[in-house]
Design a protein around this ligand. Structure first.
Ligand code: SF4
Ligand code: SF4
Length: 372
């Protein structure tokens, strides 16, 4: 039941984002900068910060909702260290936004997962870097596998396992992690490691091979890869992406001090207090060109920007995002929403008059919705 309601609310997020560019789609908020781990590639944690007081977190959520934010993602540091995390999640849900959580998973237990269920969490993501802990990262399948089993048994929210390429000396670990996650019924994504400014770190041929292996094994599920892999494919081949980063507008990063930044890797810009952030700031940043965009690896901002690509030119966006699918002789079964978009906006190869007429009605309905 929760899964169905989540899917309907996700559809409404997309519909709202397609209808208007004047609100943030996703905001990341940091309730605590402290982390219980110390991954050597990470610049997003310390070992001493106190939790942000609950009242301040609730005010920030209210302000994000006032700005029209539809998805609020809690990250850190390690958010499970915040003693009032459940109240934060509950508030996001009662304010009508989708509540998602990014955690290293170490503090999960069956009881903690049940509390996240009760709070109304919609989606949880864990990134796993390797199979065995090493000097770079302790986010290892060996340590986390029991937590993954608990999630499979108890979670009523959606779980995504992000296997990261570029953090381990054994790139093939990422494929093992993705396989294990799929065997437990979770969504999977692939992350590419970035430097301290969100930019691509050069990856070798072994990493490129593993990426290809994972994406091929995953098939062509919308929830896994197809939706944004064009960005990653280009980066892995050493090619920059040409896109408009909408950070500061469609995507906000709100740090523990309540300042709005472009993203976790561009902290310091524009660094305006959230309570003073207005629609004018959203409008300005929508149009601001970010010089870091060509080599950016921040996939959540890639995904958000694609909604605007759809909104501005759905036909071109679909053709760009699914070039392989559209020209591939192998069978391709994208999810219903993408099938609907393809049916509405891409030219039919052989089409009956009746289909052309219905398609025309569907397009007209879309454009009416868009201009309202
Ligand atoms: S677990 Fe996450 S926040 Fe903590 S050090 Fe590792 S990457 Fe950073
Ligand atoms: S392009 Fe956007 S998301 Fe990527 S690093 Fe720059 S500001 Fe952040």
């Amino acid at each position: 039941m929760h899964a169905l309601s989540f899917q309907l609310r996700q559809a409404s997020v997309v519909a709202k984002a397609m209808k208007s560019q004047h609100h943030p789609i996703v905001a990341h908020i940091v309730p605590i900068r402290r982390c219980n781990l110390a991954c050597t590639y990470c610049n997003e944690y310390d070992h001493s910060s106190k939790p942000v007081p609950l009242e301040a977190m609730l005010r920030r959520i209210d302000r994000l909702v006032e700005l029209g934010t539809t998805v609020i993602t809690i990250s850190g540091g390690e958010p499970l260290l915040h003693p009032e995390l459940d109240a934060i999640i509950r508030h996001i849900r009662t304010q009508g936004s989708i509540a998602t959580l990014i955690t290293n998973g170490y503090l999960l237990s069956p009881g903690r997962i049940e509390r996240l269920n009760s709070a109304g969490l919609d989606h949880l993501q864990i990134s796993i870097d390797n199979i065995q802990p090493d000097t770079v990262s302790m986010k290892s399948l060996k340590v986390l596998d029991k937590r993954l089993q608990w999630l499979a048994e108890h979670a009523t929210f959606q779980v995504n396992i992000n296997s990261v390429i570029g953090t381990s000396e054994r790139p093939e670990d990422a494929a093992t992690v993705a396989r294990r996650a799929r065997s437990l019924g979770f969504m999977t994504t692939v992350g590419i490691v970035h430097d301290g400014e969100g930019q691509l770190r050069a990856l070798g041929s072994a990493e490129q091979r593993v990426y290809k292996e994972i994406t091929q094994e995953a098939g062509r599920s919308f929830s896994s890869f197809a939706y944004y892999n064009q960005f990653q494919k280009n980066l892995l081949q050493g090619k920059p992406n040409k896109w408009n980063c909408r950070a500061g507008s469609r995507y906000l990063y709100v740090c523990e001090d309540g300042l709005v930044h472009y993203c976790s890797q561009q902290r310091g810009t524009p660094a305006i207090p959230l309570e003073k952030y207005t629609v004018w700031d959203l409008e300005r940043e929508y149009l601001t060109e970010k010089s870091c965009a060509p080599w950016c690896t921040i996939s959540c901002v890639h995904q958000v920007s694609m909604v605007d690509q759809f909104r501005e030119n759905p036909h071109a966006a679909l053709a760009r995002l699914f070039p392989a699918a559209l020209n591939d002789e192998r069978s391709y079964a994208p999810p219903a929403i993408i099938r609907a978009l393809i049916w509405m906006f891409l030219p039919p190869e052989e089409s009956s008059t009746r289909k052309k007429i219905t398609q025309g009605f569907a397009r007209a309905a879309y454009w009416c919705l868009k201009v309202r």
